[in-house]
Structure formats: C-alpha cells, structure tokens
Design a protein around this ligand. Structure first.
Ligand code: HEC
Length: 258
C-alpha cells in the first residue's frame, strides 16, 4: 500500500478550502499553520461561494446547450437546389405500359409457319380421329374406320394420286357401295365400299375441306400415320403442290376445314 505523503493531502485540503468546497476547521498541519489560517480567513470573503459557482456553472451550461445551428450538409443544399421532376415525365410514365406491350409484341418470334403436315395433323384430329383413332388404329382399336396405321393405308392406296384424293372427297357412297376402291390387287384382297365387317361408310369430305386441306390430310395419313418413306425431293414436290392448291397462305391459316 502506498502512503500519500502528508504534504500532498494538506495541499489538496487547502485547495478545496480555497474553492469554498470545504470549510476550514483549522486542522491544518502545524508546519503550514500560519499560511493555512491566512488562507482560511481570506476564503469566505474573496472566493466565490458554492452557490455562486453552481449558478455560474449553470449559466455556462445553458450557453453550451444552445449552440448555433450547424450549416446544412452539402447534400442537403444540393438537394434543395436540384430541379424538381418536370411535368412531361407524367405522360411519359403513363405511356410506358403501352410501349412495353408494343415492344413485346414486336419482338416476339412470329408464329410458326404453317406447313402441309401440321395443317394435315390439325385436320386429321378434327375430322378423322373419331373414327380412325389418333394413331390410325381404326377397327384394330375398336373404332368404326378402317385401320390406317402400319402401312395399311399405303396398301390400299399405293400412291398419293387422284384415286386417293377422290376417295377422301366422295367417301363410300360417292364411290358406290359394293364398288372396289383403291388398288384392285391389294394384298389380302381388294377393298369394297361398305364392305368392312361393320358395313360402316366413310363420309365424304369434298364439301367440308378445300383442296389443299384434303391434300394436306392425305399427306398426313400417308407420311405420319401410314409411315410412307419419301425422298426429300418428293417431299419438296408435295410442298409445292400443296402451295399451288392454296396451302400456307396467311389468309387461310385454319387447318380444321370450313
Ligand atoms: C364416321 C367415321 C369416319 C370418319 C369421320 C372418317 N372415316 Fe375414313 N373410313 C371410315 C370407314 C367406315 C371406312 C371404311 C369404308 C368402307 O368400307 O366403305 C373408312 C375408310 C377410310 C380409308 C380407306 C382405308 C382402307 O384401307 O380401306 C381411308 C384412307 C380413310 N378412311 C381416311 C379418312 C380420313 C383422312 C378421314 C378424315 C378426313 C376419315 N377417313 C374420316 C370411317 C370414317
């Protein structure tokens, strides 16, 4: 433990007496007694009283409590000086959704170009699948029409010629019930109109489908359902024929018939 020297304690005491914080009780140490009592006598008169000091402190504290308002920071000044949003922004914002709509419309890829085969697929789904099945199974699948799949249709009609297109256009009754249609030398026997096991008739489509629609569905039945294998040149020739009949024109995009 360190001992605070006696003379330091005394100096501190004198100081506090001088400030009026401590009353002099005359306990000054013997050595400095003359000076001590002199100071003690002078203190109450000369020095500020405790109350005065507190008041002074309050006053200065109050002065400090109301500092001059600091200047606005730079960004506040520049924000005040900045120009307001101009009025023409309003109509521009208003038109923005319209612009976005037009923009999307213009940048969207154009609809897939219609081809003979996808026109034929649509027609088949709408006009033929109910009796022949989506896959061409027909009576093999318990439906009314003859089977067209597994090359069956190619056996009856070896080529995409007039007789095939005529069959689709006029149907069983147009050919005449009991009449042979298609290849008379068909493997397994020639087909006879109205001669299927259920004696059902194939409807005529010449009035409901136009020429290119008949041609397109004929291609679909042969190439997709019947599995006909044709060269690229033959396919190109058929595309040209389909276009010649009016297929693929923007005015006639519907594939389902009229
Ligand atoms: C109402 C049912 C029905 C609809 C719809 C129908 N068919 Fe048929 N289809 C038949 C029947 C029944 C036969 C057999 C005709 C017969 O025996 O006289 C047949 C036969 C055929 C044949 C001959 C097959 C063969 O080997 O003998 C082809 C090709 C054919 N249909 C294609 C089509 C196409 C293409 C469509 C649509 C545009 C279509 N059919 C719509 C009932 C239908």
């Amino acid at each position: 433990m360190t001992e605070v020297p006696e003379y330091l304690l005394e100096r501190s005491r004198q100081r506090r007496i001088a400030l009026g914080v401590l009353a002099d009780d005359g306990s000054g140490d013997g050595g400095g007694s003359a000076a001590g009592s002199a100071t003690a006598a002078a203190t109450p008169a000369a020095g500020p009283t405790q109350a005065q000091m507190i008041a002074a402190a309050r006053e200065s504290a109050q002065l400090e409590a109301e500092p001059e308002a600091p200047p606005d920071p730079l960004w506040v000044i520049s924000a005040r000086r900045r120009h307001r949003i101009p009025i023409w922004v309003l109509p521009v914002l208003f038109c923005l959704p319209l612009w976005a709509f037009v923009y999307v419309q213009l940048t969207e890829p154009p609809p897939e170009p219609i081809t003979a085969l996808n026109e034929g697929a649509t027609t088949y789904a709408v006009r033929c699948a109910s009796c022949h099945g989506g896959d061409g199974s027909g009576s093999d699948g318990g439906l009314v029409g003859r089977p067209l799949w597994n090359g069956e249709v190619l056996l009856t009609f070896p080529s995409l010629g007039e007789s095939f297109l005529e069959w689709l256009a006029v149907g069983s009754e147009g050919i005449g019930l009991g009449q042979v249609y298609g290849d008379p030398n068909r493997p397994g026997g020639a087909r006879v109109s109205g001669g299927s096991s259920n004696a059902a008739a194939m409807p005529a489509f010449g009035d409901v489908l136009n020429e290119h629609q008949l041609y397109a569905v004929a291609r679909y039945v042969r190439e997709v359902i019947g599995g006909e294998d044709i060269s690229d040149e033959a396919a190109a020739d058929r595309d040209a024929r389909w276009e010649q009949l009016g297929g693929g024109t923007p005015a006639d995009m519907g594939g389902g018939g009229h």
